[in-house]
Design a binder for this molecule. Structure first.
Ligand SMILES: NC(=O)c1ccc[n+]([C@@H]2O[C@H](COP(=O)([O-])OP(=O)(O)OC[C@H]3O[C@@H](n4cnc5c(N)ncnc54)[C@H](OP(=O)(O)O)[C@@H]3O)[C@@H](O)[C@H]2O)c1
Length: 280
């Protein structure tokens, strides 16, 4: 299975990428700030180690917006390597009262905030992120996705994706514009139909929380295979994800250089048939 994938048919990326949510704060959104220089160092090292797909959002920031993921990415990596793909998400608004969702008319402002934050004229991949932690079955995304499709037609976005969706949402969106990637919760457990739909159409499947989302991946099967490979449990979690499908992309998030090195080393782990049987 190739370790690379063509996002949208034209953006050739390493299937092992990087998620930037943990850089501004350990809890991802709104928590105490992490050291911004450490975050910039992690981003630079990630690119040195072969990351060419970074996942971010304008709403990834520490308490009070003091440290922001997009700013760290721009400061660390701009001018960007020509092959670096930066994917971002729009839809949610993080305010004093918690999470709410933008209306179709808000999409332009969201896209412009990402263009400004990242310092680019066009965004490589923009996911429409809907719902809370599970897909909001039956909720229409049509008007919001149409607004993003219009911004794509305008040249502000190269590719569109969806996050936290079901197969119905995917079909609804695809009737409006091409969908390049789907980003859903890694441990949802009922994603087989969605993954099959992605595989059938060459759409990337990019699970979030690939190494547990801040909770230790507590799984005897992973631990058994990790011991066999003298690897860590998160490494085997990533190797399993990459082995699960040629359209599966991993975006582990970390603010730690040593965790980054560990995560990137997972690409070299070749799972045997015995491993895969033990993990199934
Ligand atoms: N679409 C969505 O709704 C959505 C939601 C959540 C996240 N995301 C995206 O998905 C990316 C990945 O998700 P995530 O960062 O929340 O979860 P994750 O990658 O599963 O886990 C990150 C957490 O695990 C720790 N960690 C990372 N590598 C480790 C290792 N090798 N050993 C031990 N601990 C390790 C990190 O702590 P340290 O920082 O201390 O290493 C951090 O607390 C995010 O960065 C974001 O880009 C999208």
């Amino acid at each position: 299975m190739s370790n690379r994938f063509r996002l949208g048919g034209d953006l050739n990326v390493n299937r092992l990428g990087f998620g930037a949510m943990r850089l501004p704060s350990k809890d991802g959104m709104g928590g105490p700030a992490r050291d911004p220089e450490a975050g910039r160092a992690v981003l630079r090292r990630a690119v040195e180690l072969g990351v060419d797909h970074v996942d971010t959002a304008d709403f990834y920031f520490s308490a009070g917006g003091v440290v922001r993921a997009n700013t760290l990415i721009r400061e660390a990596l701009h001018p960007y390597p020509s092959d670096l793909v930066i994917a971002t998400k729009v839809g949610p608004v993080i305010g004093p009262d918690g999470l709410s969702h933008g209306a179709p008319g808000d999409m332009r402002g969201f896209v412009e905030a990402n263009l400004d934050g990242l310092g680019v004229d066009r965004l490589d991949l923009v996911y429409l992120r809907i719902g809370a932690m599970t897909p909001p079955h039956g909720e229409s995304l049509a008007e919001r996705f149409e607004a993003l499709a219009a911004l794509r037609e305008e040249g502000l976005i190269r590719h569109l994706g969806l996050s936290n969706v079901d197969t119905g949402h995917l079909a609804q969106a695809r009737a409006i514009a091409p969908v390049t990637a789907v980003q859903n919760h890694a441990a949802q457990g009922d994603e087989a139909d969605l993954l099959a739909a992605c595989e059938e159409s060459g759409i990337a499947f990019v699970p979030f929380f690939p190494v547990g989302g801040g909770r230790e991946l507590d799984d005897e099967r992973l631990a058994k295979v990790a011991a066999r490979h003298r690897a860590t449990v998160p490494q085997i979690g990533l190797a399993r994800l990459l082995a699960s499908s040629p359209v599966a992309l991993a975006i582990p998030g970390t603010g730690s250089l040593s965790h980054l090195e560990d995560n990137m080393a997972a690409a070299a782990i070749v799972l045997t048939d015995e491993d895969l049987a033990d993990l199934s």
